[in-house]
Ligand binder design. Structure first.
Ligand code: NCD
Length: 333
């Protein structure tokens, strides 16, 4: 794991981020958000990286992560090229993934990738580390395994939501849904270890409960957690509930049919039981687990969460290319 003083290159795993680096990134994100509000500030951001190019290699479906990365690049003047359908690349002609990746790296300065393959981002980074002109790999979601930049935007959303109330430290965060196969809940859980006295509650039917490996990791790192299948027993104890979707695309034989959405969803009844100052998060897209009528409640945080995703990705690119020093002072811009 790199510490906060080493430069950021590949972004592969949430555990790369220690508390200092998280606080630093959140601070930078807020600074960038403020800057972008004025014409002068937005123009200054645009002039930071016009000499850089990014490749968006997204062979797994994506709306938010793709658009937020693309717009984050454009906010910084970075030009983008994309592959979203592998049948349009030479991989379709039988070129190996490794050769394709090496080819992409010849033309761009960063590769942002979302793939079905677990561990593929890490494999790509290992390949980059062996070639003469390596470019950073940013994992924008790898199979059921990790989604580090989602975890960063989730941390930023939590920190902003609890501003003036001690931030994430001391909070109780519930995770609900298909925790077994969802990479967002996993990645965010790892980052919760960086905060003091946080309690995690994993709310899911037994067959969809959080993986043993992650639970053991939390226990080994002294994080308090509990697992339950009784949503209504926990609601009034939560500062935040992180709702997730059923990951049907990973079914191998109808597993999703076993999931009872009536017992694991958030609607008017659940909102009534959640504390007043709590928040409802969701990485989106949503399914039946989150009633659209929740959108009108001030505790619904997911639309702001998705916009935060763009800003944290701008900050991440600023860090990767080491141009933070070139940012104008927020007051003057
Ligand atoms: C998530 C993902 O792709 O893992 N979406 C996202 O990036 N915002 C969540 C999901 O698809 O369920």
């Amino acid at each position: 794991m790199s510490d906060s003083s080493s430069p950021l290159f590949h972004v592969l795993d949430p555990r790369q981020f220690d508390r200092r680096r998280l606080d630093d990134l959140c601070g930078l994100t807020t600074r960038i958000r403020q800057l972008a509000k004025s014409r002068l500030g937005a123009r200054a951001l645009q002039t930071l990286l016009p000499h850089k190019r990014a490749m968006l290699y997204f062979t797994q479906p994506s709306t938010r992560t793709y658009l937020s990365f693309e717009n984050a690049c454009h906010l910084l003047g970075i030009r983008t090229t994309e592959i979203r359908d592998p049948s349009t690349s030479s991989e379709f002609k039988g070129e190996s993934f490794e050769d394709s990746l090496r080819t992409f790296s010849s033309y761009v300065d960063v590769i942002i990738m979302r793939t079905w393959g677990e561990g593929l981002a890490r494999h790509s980074a290992d390949l980059m580390d062996r070639i003469r002109r390596p470019v950073p790999i940013v994992n924008a979601g790898s199979g059921q395994d990790a989604h580090p930049t989602q975890a960063l935007l989730d941390v930023y959303t939590l920190e902003r939501s609890f501003e003036g109330r001690g931030g994430i430290d001391g909070k109780t965060i519930g995770f609900m849904g298909d925790l077994k196969r969802g990479r967002t809940a996993r990645s965010l859980s790892y980052l919760m270890e960086r905060y003091r006295d946080v309690r995690l509650v994993f709310i899911a039917p037994e067959a969809f409960q959080m993986g043993r490996d992650l639970l053991d990791w939390l226990a080994g790192h002294g994080v308090h957690y509990s697992c339950t299948d009784r949503l209504h027993d926990t609601l009034d104890t939560l500062d935040a509930i992180y709702v997730t979707r059923l990951q049907k695309e990973y079914d191998t034989g109808g597993e999703s049919d076993e999931f009872d959405h009536r017992r694991f969803s958030i609607g008017a009844r659940e909102l009534a039981a959640l504390p007043e100052g709590s928040i409802v998060m969701h990485p989106l897209p949503r399914g039946p687990e989150l009633d659209p009528r929740v959108d009108d409640d001030p505790r619904a945080m997911y639309w702001r969460q998705e916009r935060n995703g763009m800003w944290i990705r701008v900050a991440l690119l600023v860090k990767i290319f080491g141009v933070e020093e070139d940012l104008p002072d927020g007051q003057r811009a």
